[in-house]
Ligand binder design. Sequence first.
Ligand code: UDP
Length: 570
Amino acid sequence: RQAAFRTNLSVLLDQVGSGKESLSFMKRRIRRLAQQWATAANRLDAKLEQRWRDQKKILVHVGFLTEESGDVFSPKVLKGGPLGEMVQWADILTALHVLGHNLKISMSVKELQGFLGVPPGRGSCPLTGPLPFDLIYTDYHGLQQMKQHMGLSLKKHKCHIRVIDTFGTEPAYNHEEYATLHGYRTNWGYWNLNARQYMTMFPHTPDNSFMGFVSEELNGTEKRSIRQSKVSNMAVVYGKEASMWKGKEGFLQILHRYMEVHGTVYYETQRPPEVPAFVKNHGLLPQHELQQLLRKAKLFIGFGFPYEGPAPLEAIANGCIFLQPRFRPPHSSLNHEFFRGKPTSREVSSQHPYAEQHIGRPHVMTVDYNNSVEFEAAIRDIMSTQVEPFLPYEYTCEGMLERVHAYIQHQDFCSPEPPFMPANVSRQGLLGGGFTGPLFVARPNSTALGWASNATAPPAWPPLASLRLLVSQDGQSCVEACQAAALVCEPAHFRFINNKEALRGLKVQCEVIDSEVNHILPAFSVVRRECGLQREPLLFSCAGHSPKYRRLCPCRDFQRGQVALCRDCL
Ligand code: UDP
């Protein structure tokens, strides 16, 4: 069936259910943004020009909100606890509903069993029939619950699963045997999924798919009125829980010399001791009231925690400048408690690397807070800088709908991948850091090995034409190598460049070409004249790097403001 856009959200609101603060929060958000979603749906509908969209049967199982997982989030909704996950789930549900899919929502193991048609309460009872869904969106908690209640059949159906995973999971941590053997085992990884089945909150490593969320958008009138109502000496502190303010008096004192300081810190009866008396604390605000506060404020200031939340994007969208600390050395699972045990080696260079790297000045200032001169200069700078409200397209409702639409229609982890034959690909546009000469990459060959020319093998997505083959520097990852060329690493393209022809085309001097199971491959060592190809497709990794190796990197172009999609990806 063809999916039709929906602009009425009442069915969705009924489906979300009630009885918990987390659900009420999500429903308030869905209602508040309803008009914005409707406008975006109409725009995307026009942009897609009647293109056929399959209507999918989709189950959304929100594992972290189930009683069975302990649901530690719901009781903290009104007490300054994390809200980013609920923001994202509310937006995912809305996007799937608006795109017109056939949606079921489960927030308990019982509902999950009901929807999957497995008998309740009997431990690991395999699902015997076919999976009644095309896609299942869940999280790590939900995945665990499905394992317990679907037993062996989970393995059979796992290509249909998408895991909402805030900080991301790199391939080395996802591959059970490899992670166990090489010290990448964590509390979370080791599910042997295709890494693109993990969907993140921000575009972290391109090994995963970027799901995102949305932020409020302003129309022309609102933008004009903001310009008039901005108070140039008003700052709002990022941090709704008192502990986030601990040890920050020094900065707050400096800030207070220049600006009126506001906070939205949760408190029960008395001002928390961490919040100085000169701060005007509003208490935890409902989302729409926070937006109103941000519309007046000039500065939104972070003190290092929480990491990578939605609030800075909301502040920037409401015309604030976001000031945040740079982390030197960067925080990661190796050196910081918060990231310890998370299935990623990503280095977090500031409180909000997306704001730092994808938005930047004048909207975002990232400075060394240990240097009080630099800190103070930044505040003075901000007071005299005029900025317009700004929201990257990928965080608008239309941007999110477009991206989720593309994933649903094009990402396919169930069909077998067609075999490939080496082929000469046009040299134009193919770069080889320091290497020149004809380049060869493997091209799908639909007639080899019994594939009929009109066989069911899905066309490559992103399309092969978007591929740009690059060689990294020694020790550099493909994430960095592609970025340095204003491109993005595309893990789906690894299979085209993991071959001798690509090495030969790049004129790499190989004394031996080994095929191994290692997440830095394909790669080569110039000094040792050793070349290695990847034997385990699950370990194709943009993030992987190793000091003495240069990597073969499959990069692609991307749309401005929509890094998840290449130019011809829609
Ligand atoms: N928020 C809110 N009231 C407040 C402060 C924040 O509703 O007083 C919301 C804010 O709009 C944002 C969400 O909390 O969408 C999550 O914000 P944050 O960046 O703090 O991330 P978290 O750590 O909660 O995931």
